[in-house]
Design a protein around this ligand. Structure first.
Ligand SMILES: Cc1ncc(C[n+]2csc(CCOP(=O)(O)OP(=O)(O)O)c2C)c(N)n1
Length: 893
């Protein structure tokens, strides 16, 4: 805060005697009648001031000192000396791990200075707060801890002391391809027994932690939470990371839902990668206002114990005044310099302040710790957060980036990138943390373990035993949940019984049916981001209710209707409001509940497909990393099928992005029967076979007749391709996906009627699955030159088939083009490249050239290229269908 801002908040006192009287009266009130009464009177005063139109002071900020006062500080329950020794050893091993990796392979990277700032925050958590999975009555009863990603070396270093990681593993930090190494950041995909939450992409940790805490409440309120109901969610977040929109996105929700099972620890080392987070301001004061405004309990943890006596003697508030006028850029300089510099530039500014520290040597000043480096103060802040009821808590912990790295790293602008230290720096580090290491040991960067019988290691194990075991640790065991057999979906497999309907409606029927299933039903979690009515799901409001932690405090406007808007404490639907990021974080919490809670759930998040991969694709990638199991349903899908909405709504790309996530199975089915096969098999694979896969299905809002699923087509549906309609003497093969399959079917009819050409029609339910199968086959054949060659699913199906293959979808051409390498004959891909338009389906399909007429022209041109028809036939077709050959392509318009 600059000086003028300080005086705005703390204006000069025109009548100190009168002020003293008011304050004395207030003190007496607190003394005799207690704090609650004092709060009540303050509220009354504020109300009264409002009535009198007295301008109110900003009340979201408190002074720049610790929230937990000395008098409230609990006794520290541990052995400080042993804990300090332990944290020094962890610091050393973390540093050695990164520096060794970079000495051996300069390209590997890694971080030292972030963990150096977070070490004490982590250690106090590990020694006194984070409960392991044995803490509850059932498995997975522990706390859920989201750790700052680039502090991973410290977490590995601790697991090494615990005997959970070997020296060889530490020595293979960031070299995992051989199988024994350690991943750079927390990645459950790469270390499935260790890491629970992928936090490497800034912002995803904080938002995921909030929705995790809410989902834990949801499970408890629905009677599905096994074990420890008092489980806490901890999130360690960087102060720079708080700039990410996702970090801020869920703050109000957390307070609104009263998530007192959630604790954020913001590591305020005042620096990010390039420089200070708020060089010209105060990130801690800014975050305090933000969190307090959102309704959180804010605990400032700014100063270590050595500041207590300074504050106690600071009767005129000169120390506070100086702290308030100091901007973060200056605090960084003070971190990077020594006691002498700090005395000269910080304390000597005012004579009273100079006097306050007159009894201290420069070394004493140098040793003044920030709150986030004092285990006693950290413990007090954590305890206050643990005990707080009714609201989530955030601890704003002030630390120094590169703490203890001396003139090589502490508070230095470039410290985030520091990966190498010379011998002198290493020896200084050893001395700074009083490590019992010889010069040789230090220079060889050997890891250090004091031995299983050392007091440090015995202490460490004893603390973890009290807290219920080690962490991080990821559980993958859970009960199997029986999924109804495919026969349960016979009605859908039989088609739409003469009724026109959309595939969205077919999906809603499947969902309703699953919700009614005795065993699986309660485990289904429908999630929407304010679009349930868009997708015709309003009947579910009444059927299973919308979850609300407080039930329904109002009489809904539509209460007289059969399907009224019903909120309930045991409601099953998660109605997230307009936040795709929040809904995705919520979905991931449900999709990983089998692991985090040992409670398998089956979430379906149904959303506008354009606002999925394109909008929150990074959360989906992280969901894959986290081994999610569940369904993502991209509704109103397709660039030409969602007519009228224009280019921000019409999705032509989600299937392209979906294809890049290895454990995601993406399908673009056209008919209800196909959808039933995919959902049933997907649920079976995830809940019965317990495979770490998840599903993306696109469903559309175009109404049409759904034919019965051809007998024996199930395997093809799942593998991505089946023959929908085969003709004797077919001269070409037409592939279609999603609603464009219907254009393909119509194109087959036109070819027959207008040109006398018979075509086979194939339904492609998944181009990406076909492409993966093709790539796997090709690779296998390459690596097994002596064995009989395998054939891809596409090639198997096309065996003996005549003529070129024309493939069309409602997505960009690259989606269909993925299978080009699997098709033995001439192959033409059609798609919807270019910006969308507001128009009718027919106009859009003509515009993007995926209409039946364009498919016919493409088919005739391919046949002509093969010599099957004359070129003039193509010209005739262009004329017949009124196609302007000189019109620019859709992607140029
Ligand atoms: C979405 C995203 N953007 C950028 C990065 C690269 N990155 C890694 S750490 C970091 C700086 C983090 O600063 P801060 O949150 O203050 O944490 P500190 O390391 O200072 O504790 C950046 C930009 C990332 N990991 N994720």
């Amino acid at each position: 805060m600059d000086a003028s801002a300080f005086w705005r908040v703390n204006p000069p006192d025109s009548d100190p005697a009168e002020t003293r009287e008011w304050l004395d009266a207030f003190d007496a009130l607190v003394e005799t009648e207690g704090r609650d009464r004092a709060t009540f009177l303050l509220r009354k005063l504020l109300d009264h001031a409002r009535v009198k139109r007295v301008p109110l002071p900003p009340v979201l900020n408190t002074p720049y000192h610790n929230s937990v006062q000395l008098a409230e500080q609990p006794q520290f329950p541990g052995n400080l000396e042993l804990e300090q020794r332990l944290s020094s050893i962890v610091r050393w091993n973390a540093l050695a791990m990164v520096v060794r990796a970079n000495m051996a392979h300069a390209e590997l990277g890694g971080h030292i200075s972030s963990y150096a700032s977070a070490a004490d925050l982590f250690e106090v958590g590990f020694n006194h707060f984070f409960r392991g999975s044995d803490a509850g009555a059932a498995q997975a009863g522990g706390d859920l801890v989201y750790l700052q990603p680039h502090s991973a070396p410290g977490v590995y270093a601790r697991a090494f002391l615990e005997g959970r990681l070997s020296e060889a593993q530490l020595d293979s930090y960031r070299r995992e391809t051989g199988g024994g190494g350690l991943s750079s950041y927390p990645h459950p995909w790469l270390m499935p027994d260790f890491w629970q939450f992928p936090t490497g992409s800034m912002g995803l940790g904080p938002i995921s932690a909030i929705y995790q805490a809410r989902f834990t409440r949801y499970l408890a309120d629905r009677g599905l939470l096994a074990g420890n109901h008092d489980r806490k969610v901890w999130a360690f977040v960087g102060d720079g990371e708080m700039d990410e929109p996702e970090s801020l996105a869920g703050l109000s929700l957390a307070a609104r839902e009263g998530l007192d099972n959630l604790i954020f620890v913001v590591n305020c080392n005042l620096q990010r990668l390039d420089g200070p987070v708020r060089g010209n301001g105060s990130v801690i004061q800014e975050l305090e206002g933000l969190f307090a405004g959102a309704g959180w309990n804010v605990i400032k943890l700014l100063w270590g114990a050595d500041w207590d006596s300074l504050f106690a003697r600071d009767e005129d508030g000169i120390l506070l005044k100086r702290l308030h006028e100091t901007v973060d850029g200056e605090f960084q300089t003070y971190a990077a310099t020594d006691g002498r510099f700090n005395r000269e530039h910080f304390f000597n500014k005012y004579p009273e302040l100079q006097a306050l520290v007159a009894h201290m040597t420069d070394e004493d000043i140098d040793r003044l710790r920030r709150g986030g480096h004092d285990p006693v103060k950290i413990h007090a802040a954590y305890r206050a957060a643990m005990n707080h009821r009714g609201r989530p808590s955030v601890i704003l912990a002030q630390t120094k980036k590169g703490y203890g790295m001396g003139s090589w790293g502490q508070g230095k602008m470039g410290t985030h990138q520091q990966k190498k230290l010379d011998a002198e720096a290493l020896r200084a580090f050893r001395d700074r943390f009083a490590l019992p290491l010889s010069d040789d040991h230090v220079e060889a960067l050997r890891f250090y373990h004091p031995g299983p019988d050392s007091p440090e290691i015995k202490y460490l194990h004893a603390q973890r035993a009290k807290l219920g075991g080690y962490l991080p640790a990821r559980n993958s065991r859970c009960a199997k949940v029986a999924v109804p057999p495919l026969a349960a979906f016979t009605r859908l497999l039989e088609g739409s019984h003469g009724r026109e309907q959309s595939s969205t409606m077919a999906f809603v029927q499947i969902l309703s049916q699953l919700l009614k299933d005795g065993e699986l039903g309660p485990r289904v979690v429908p999630i929407v981001a304010d679009e349930a009515r868009t997708f015709g799901m309003q009947n579910l409001f009444r059927q299973v209710g919308i979850y609300s932690a407080v039930g329904q405090l109002y009489e809904p406007e539509d209460k007289d209707e059969l399907l009224y808007y019903k909120e309930a404490k045991d409601g099953q639907i998660l109605e997230e409001g307009i936040t795709e990021a929040g809904a995705l974080a919520s979905w991931t919490a449900a999709a990983t509940s089998y692991s985090t809670h040992g409670t398998p759930m089956l979430p379906f998040y149904i959303y506008y497909s354009m606002f999925g991969f394109q909008r929150v694709g990074d959360l989906m990638w992280a969901a894959g990393d986290q081994r999610s199991r569940g369904f993502l349903i991209g509704a109103t899908a397709g660039r030409t099928t969602l007519s009228g909405e224009g280019l921000q709504h019409e999705d032509g790309s989600s299937h392209l992005i979906a294809a890049t996530i290895p454990n995601l199975r993406a399908y673009d089915p056209c008919f209800g029967g196909e959808l039933a096969v995919i959902v049933q098999d997907g649920a079976r694979r995830m809940l019965e076979a317990q495979e770490d896969v998840f599903y993306y299905l696109t469903v559309m809002n175009e109404n049409y007749l759904h034919p019965p699923l051809p007998a024996g087509a199930e395997e093809g549906v799942l593998r991505g391709l089946y023959a929908f309609h085969r003709r004797d003497g077919a001269q070409l093969q037409l592939f279609g996906a999603g609603t464009i399959l219907r254009e393909v079917i119509a194109a087959g009819e036109l070819l027959e009627a207008d040109w006398g050409i018979a075509a086979n029609i194939w339904s492609v339910t998944s181009f990406s699955e076909l492409a993966r199968d093709g790539a796997a086959t090709e690779r296998w054949n390459r690596l097994h030159p002596g064995a009989p060659a395998k054939t891809s699913w596409v090639a198997q199906n096309l065996a003996g088939m005549q003529g070129p293959v024309i493939a069309a979808s409602d997505y960009v051409r690259a989606v269909a083009d993925q299978i080009r390498g699997t098709v033995p004959q001439r192959f033409v891909a059609l798609g919807t490249d270019g910006f969308g338009r507001s128009d009718t389906r027919a106009a859009l399909r003509d515009f993007f050239e995926v209409s039946r007429q364009h498919i016919v022209v493409a088919a005739l041109a391919a046949l002509a290229d093969d010599g099957g028809v004359a070129r003039s036939t193509v010209e005739d077709a262009l004329k017949r269908y009124g196609i302007d050959a000189e019109r620019p392509a859709a992607w140029l318009r």
